[in-house]
Every structure is written in C-alpha cells, then in structure tokens.
Design a protein around this ligand. Structure first.
Ligand SMILES: *[C@@H]1O[C@H](CO)[C@@H](O)[C@H](O)[C@H]1NC(C)=O
Ligand SMILES: *[C@@H]1O[C@H](CO)[C@@H](O)[C@H](O)[C@H]1NC(C)=O
Ligand SMILES: *[C@@H]1O[C@H](CO)[C@@H](O)[C@H](O)[C@H]1NC(C)=O
Ligand SMILES: *[C@@H]1O[C@H](CO)[C@@H](O)[C@H](O)[C@H]1NC(C)=O
Ligand SMILES: *[C@@H]1O[C@H](CO)[C@@H](O)[C@H](O)[C@H]1NC(C)=O
Ligand SMILES: *[C@@H]1O[C@H](CO)[C@@H](O)[C@H](O)[C@H]1NC(C)=O
Ligand SMILES: *[C@@H]1O[C@H](CO)[C@@H](O)[C@H](O)[C@H]1NC(C)=O
Ligand SMILES: *[C@@H]1O[C@H](CO)[C@@H](O)[C@H](O)[C@H]1NC(C)=O
Ligand SMILES: *[C@@H]1O[C@H](CO)[C@@H](O)[C@H](O)[C@H]1NC(C)=O
Ligand SMILES: *[C@@H]1O[C@H](CO)[C@@H](O)[C@H](O)[C@H]1NC(C)=O
Length: 559
C-alpha cells in the first residue's frame, strides 16, 4: 500500500521511470532481473540483525510464508531505483532463522508502465488447488494488488505463481482475479481455512475489511464485510485475519483481525490495532468492541503474519512511519531507506487487568546471541559497558525486577555516543502505573516536526517486572512483561552509540532485586560481505555477469 503522497511519487515514476510500455515483464536497465541487488551493509545506520534492502526504498512486508522446505520467505514493497517510495516491485529475501537474510532477485515486476505491484501475501498450494502445480507440493501463489493509474486510478487483485518454491513468479494470464471497480481496494491477505482459501482485503477509504473465499485462488466469492470497527484513522490497510495460539495451552487459539491505519494513528501517521474474535471460515465476529494497540512505538506498520506456520503466529512489521519515512537519513554511503522489525512470535496471554491480549515476543534469538557482556544483580545499582568493540553495534538487554513491594523507584537505560554526546534513553518508573518510556529526542541525526521524540506507555504489573531491549544501530525494540507490550523505534544518530548504562534505584525498600544481563548480538550481514565489503546476495546465474548495485549511482535515477 501507499499513502496518497507516495502514489503521486509513483505516478511521477509511471511517466518518467518505466518508459512507454512493456509487454509482459516491465523493467528498465536500472532494475535488475534474475540476480539480487548488491548492497553495502556496513554503515552505522545499517541494522545488523534486522532486514533492510540492499539499496533503494522498502516499505511493507509482503508474501510472508514458510516454504515446505522450512525456508522463510520475506518479500517487500520495493523501489529499486530510488530511496523514496514509488515504482513498486516485490523485493525478496530468504532465511533459515528469521535473522540471517539472503537477498534474492526481485520477485515481482509491474506488468506495464502504468501499473504497480502493491502489497499482498503468498500461500503454499501444496494440493495443487490452483492447477498451476502438476506433480509438486511446493508451489507458491502470490496474491497482490495491481494498482493502475491510466486511464483512471484502479486497484484490483492479481495472482502470480511460482513453480520453483517462491523464487520466480509468472503472473496469471487471467489477472485481475478480483475487480470491484474501486480506486482504493488493496492488500489482500490469503490463508487456508480447513477446505478453502480465505482472503481479507481492505476497501481502505470505506473502512471495510472484506472477506472473500475461493477453492482455487482464481475465482473469489464475497463472504462478509467487517465494517467501521475500532479506530478508523483515515484509511484501513494491510488487514490480517489470523489464528493466534494461547500461550501454554497447546491446541487452543483465538482469531484475530489485525488492521493497519494510515494516516490517523494515535501517535501520528501510521499505526495498527487488533481485535480478538471468532471466525467460521466466512465471517469474523469480534468478542467485544475493544481494540488493542500492539506497539507503543511509532515505527511498526503494515505488519504481516507468515503463512504456513502451523500452531504458530509470527509477524514482521515495517519499522517506519509514512509521516517521515521518505525524509529520514539514508546513511553516508548506503543509499537505502527502511528496515523491517524483528520477527515476533504472537500468543494470547493474560494481562492482569485487561484479560486475554496478544503478546509479542522476539522470535528465538539464539542464532544471533553473542558474548555476554554483563550480568549483575543488585537493589540500587548500575551496569556501564563500553561496547565500541562490538562490531555489530547491536545488543540485547534483559532486566528483571522482582519483589517490587513498594511503589517507588525506576530502571533506566542509556545508549550514548562519547563523540557527539547524543544519547537514546528509556526505562520504567515504578509509580503505580509503571510508565515505560523511550526518549529519542537527544539523537542528533534527524530533526523533523513529526519525528516524535518521547514515547511512553503504562503496564499494570504484580510484583515482578521484565523488560527486554533489542538495540541495533538505528532501531530499538522493547518487550515488556513477557511481551504484553512491545515497541519499535527507529533513530538516526550522527555517530554510533557505543556506551550503555543501565541504572536501577530509588526503590525505598531493601527487598527489591534487579537483575541485568547484556549480550552482544552477532552481525548477520558481515559474514556475507565480499572482499570489497559488498553483500551480493544469493548466488544465481553467472557471477561475473551479476548486477552491481553501485552502477545505480551512475544510472538514470541517481540522486
Ligand atoms: C497495464 O496493466 C494493467 C493491469 O493488468 C491493465 O489494467 C492496463 O490496461 C495495462 N495498461 C496498458 C497501457 O496496457
Ligand atoms: C491439502 O490436503 C490435505 C488433505 O486433504 C488437507 O488436510 C489440507 O488442509 C490441504 N491443504 C491445503 C493448503 O490445501
Ligand atoms: C494440477 O492441476 C492441474 C489442473 O487442474 C492438472 O492438470 C494436474 O494434473 C494437477 N496435478 C496434480 C499432480 O494433481
Ligand atoms: C506428473 O506425473 C505423472 C506420473 O508420474 C506423469 O505421467 C505426468 O507426465 C507428470 N506431469 C507433469 C506435468 O510433469
Ligand atoms: C461490502 O463493502 C463494500 C465496500 O464498501 C461494498 O461495496 C459492498 O456493497 C458491501 N457488501 C455488503 C453485502 O454489505
Ligand atoms: C536503595 O536506596 C535507598 C536509599 O538509600 C534505600 O532506602 C533502599 O533500601 C535501597 N533499596 C535497595 C533495594 O537496595
Ligand atoms: C521486605 O521484606 C521483609 C522480610 O520479608 C518484610 O518484613 C518487609 O515488610 C518487606 N518490606 C516491604 C516494604 O514490603
Ligand atoms: C531514571 O530517569 C528518571 C528521569 O530522568 C529519573 O527521574 C530517575 O531518577 C532515574 N533513575 C535512576 C535509577 O537513575
Ligand atoms: C529474567 O527472567 C526470565 C524468566 O522470566 C529469565 O529467562 C531470564 O534469564 C531472566 N533474566 C535475568 C537477567 O535475570
Ligand atoms: C560466465 O561469464 C564469463 C565471462 O563473460 C564467460 O566466460 C563464461 O562462459 C560464463 N559462464 C557461463 C556458465 O555462462
């Protein structure tokens, strides 16, 4: 999906970037086919345990699924020719652990100069329901919005199939498969329900999430509308209808409708909410009118859940916000914008006051967990670490506070650059509400009126508080109370932040115990660098003829 201003940018590209007309696969010399875009993943704004595109601009995660060989596939809204939104393609990367990503060739291209491939999803058609996959069980079908601007703005849904497990796709010649004549009808998310496919798709400006069903992914039948629920914002986008397991109760689950809204989120710009309910294969019925905001940061949007993960619900957010995504620093040499949030495992947990809610926890971090840098337990006290020699400049912090028998005290963390003096800080105030906060306003690399500096939430707790923080050069995520609350925040320092302090105190009783542990995280990109420091991505075709993204800077759309 795209905001209106981005659509204008896309329109500009439609007329300038793609030339007159392309027959089946529309590309220019600047958009590589059949080979990954290469990228420089070294700069200090480049996250090391998160996905970011090799070059160019990225927004929504698309087509998330786990292949029948266990490989995780991440596609994403991708502008390969500029560092602002527009010229939308589906970029692609694969992973075995959801942290170490291998860049793959671009997976979906616009079919002609006046259409774009917007957000969508992908399914594994193991039973050949579509008929695209004789004699194979690993066929992948992508379902996405085709956005056209000529002669009028129209958004329809199309499909493309992949016979090589999701690497290359052929658009279906019967596209579009769903055309309601609407200019604002997008972001289809398809799941398998017992004996049929279910699509949830947004009539964005009518505030309707519509459910369609299909036997073959080609013919879709209207099932129901879920209309004007919760927080409208100015548009509904990127709906997900998903089964969420109940923590600690195997086989139990709740259905969730998850919606992204933009603009008009409570903190400004882009945000999301969900509601829990029942689903019978045709109609979603919320349990109550209540909605929940899953992330208290400003940089978690367009989340999509992975398909084909039986018994698990795992999502990835786009870690940015349309209010400022086109304006944030690209870094001195990287020429990329945006990162994805960390993969999160979602489960239903009991909040002490709210009851059942969807908790977010980091997906298993053991593949990236590096050296333990500190581990300490105290009442009042602090841990200070200079981690300038941690190559990744990425850390994981765990803080547990137990026997909280008084309403007093606080825990703070601060990441500081000793060179520029800028710092990122946050923590929790045990004041009864347990206000959890983050302050990015002392970071100097990006000033913008809409780039909110101070963020906070509150969490009712009993006598124990837990916080996990994942810090990765230019993105910070928090997980509070086993994931009852989570946040995603981007930040753009002028210099790397290399000193960490964690301070606890003011408890006013000798019973409170604070445990702090800090781990370095291992860079997932550095091992992929060649001798020139460039990550070239999956090895496909003839290496000597591989596209070199650095050519982009001399290309037609260089900035
Ligand atoms: C471009 O493709 C779209 C989507 O298939 C189609 O609606 C439109 O007519 C095509 N435009 C041209 C100029 O062929
Ligand atoms: C495939 O077929 C099996 C056996 O009928 C069924 O249990 C399963 O739900 C089907 N899955 C899909 C995605 O078609
Ligand atoms: C897959 O579907 C197509 C079209 O219905 C059919 O021709 C083909 O035989 C099917 N393959 C298998 C293995 O079922
Ligand atoms: C599918 O397998 C059957 C049986 O082995 C074979 O006869 C048929 O030619 C195969 N079809 C395709 C399209 O490979
Ligand atoms: C569902 O919502 C769409 C979009 O607003 C509307 O066109 C359609 O008539 C609705 N269908 C029903 C049965 O209400
Ligand atoms: C923290 O310090 C205060 C003031 O010195 C003291 O009253 C309190 O007992 C201490 N708390 C812990 C947990 O050590
Ligand atoms: C701290 O623990 C002691 C021993 O269990 C208890 O007597 C005291 O009341 C506790 N303090 C507070 C403030 O609860
Ligand atoms: C944490 O920061 C807050 C706000 O600056 C301050 O009031 C509090 O004393 C700090 N706590 C500790 C333990 O340093
Ligand atoms: C915090 O508590 C969790 C269990 O809730 C435990 O797994 C973790 O090791 C603890 N961390 C620290 C630093 O005590
Ligand atoms: C790869 O490219 C080199 C240099 O152009 C050429 O000599 C070689 O034959 C190519 N190999 C293949 C397998 O295409």
């Amino acid at each position: 999906m795209l905001s209106k201003s981005s659509i204008l940018a896309a329109l500009t590209f439609a007329s300038s970037a793609l030339g007159e007309f392309c027959s089946t696969t529309c590309t220019t010399a600047e958009v590589p086919t059949g080979t990954p875009v290469a990228g420089d993943y070294d700069g200090y704004l480049r996250p090391q345990v998160h996905f970011s595109p090799p070059k160019g601009f990225m927004n929504d995660p698309n087509g998330l699924h786990r292949g029948d060989d266990g490989i995780w596939h991440l596609y994403y809204q991708y502008n390969p020719t500029d560092t602002v939104a527009g010229n939308q393609h589906w970029g692609h990367a694969t992973s075995e652990d959801l942290y170490t990503w291998t860049n793959q060739p671009i997976a979906l291209y616009p079919v002609n100069a006046s259409s774009y491939i917007f957000t969508g999803s992908a399914v594994v058609d193991e039973n050949n329901t579509s008929g695209f996959f004789p004699n194979q069980t690993n066929g992948v079908v992508a379902i996405y919005t085709i956005a056209t601007y000529e002669p009028i703005q129209l958004q329809t849904q199309g499909i493309a199939y992949s016979r090589d497990g999701g690497y290359t796709f052929t658009p279906y010649d019967g596209n579009p498969v769903l055309d309601e004549g609407s200019p604002e009808f997008r972001d289809p998310k398809v799941i398998w329900y017992e004996d049929h496919w279910v699509m949830v798709v947004a009539f964005s400006q009518e505030f309707v999430m519509t459910i369609y069903t299909s036997k073959d992914l080609k013919e879709w039948t209207f099932a129901s509308n879920f209309t004007r629920h919760g927080l409208l914002g100015e548009q509904y986008e990127c709906p997900n209808l998903v089964r969420i397991p109940v923590d600690g109760e195997p086989g139990q689950y709740e259905w969730m409708m998850f919606v992204s809204i933009n603009p008009g989120a409570p903190l400004g710009g882009s945000g999301s909410w969900y509601t829990l309910g029942d689903f019978d294969g045709y109609t979603f019925t919320p349990h109550t009118a209540e909605i929940h905001i899953p992330d208290w940061g400003k940089d978690a949007y367009a989340a999509q859940f992975f398909e084909n993960t039986p018994g698990e619900a795992i999502l990835i957010n786009w870690a940015s916000n349309w209010q400022y995504t086109n304006a944030v620093p690209t870094g001195p040499k990287e020429e990329f914008r945006s990162a994805m949030g960390q993969a999160r495992r979602i489960s239903i947990k009991e909040d002490p006051r709210l009851g059942p809610i969807a908790a977010s926890e980091p997906y298993d971090m053991s593949p990236i967990l590096g050296e333990e840098l500190a581990s300490d337990t105290f009442g009042n006290g602090s841990v200070v670490i200079d981690f300038a020699d941690v190559y990744s400049n990425a850390l994981m912090i765990e803080v547990n506070v137990t026997d909280l028998d008084v309403v007093a005290g606080s825990v703070n963390f601060t990441f500081l650059s000793p060179i520029s003096g800028e710092y990122l800080t946050g923590g929790v105030l045990f004041n009864g509400n347990n206000d959890v906060w983050l302050d990015r306003s002392h970071i100097k690399g990006f000033e913008y009126p809409l780039f909110t500096g101070k963020l906070s939430t509150a969490q009712i707790i009993e006598d124990r508080f837990t916080m996990q923080v994942v810090f990765d050069r230019a993105i910070i995520e928090t997980y509070i109370q086993g994931g009852l609350q989570a946040s995603t925040s981007s930040f753009f320092p002028e210099e790397p932040l290399t000193i960490l302090s964690v301070k606890a105190g003011g408890y006013g009783s000798g019973n409170v115990t604070t445990s702090v542990r800090v781990h370095a995280l291992e860079s997932t990109w550095r091992p992929q660098e060649n001798s020139n420091g460039i990550v070239r991505g999956a090895s496909v075709g003839n290496s000597t003829s591989r596209y070199d993204a650095r050519q982009l800077s001399g290309g037609r759309f260089s900035r």
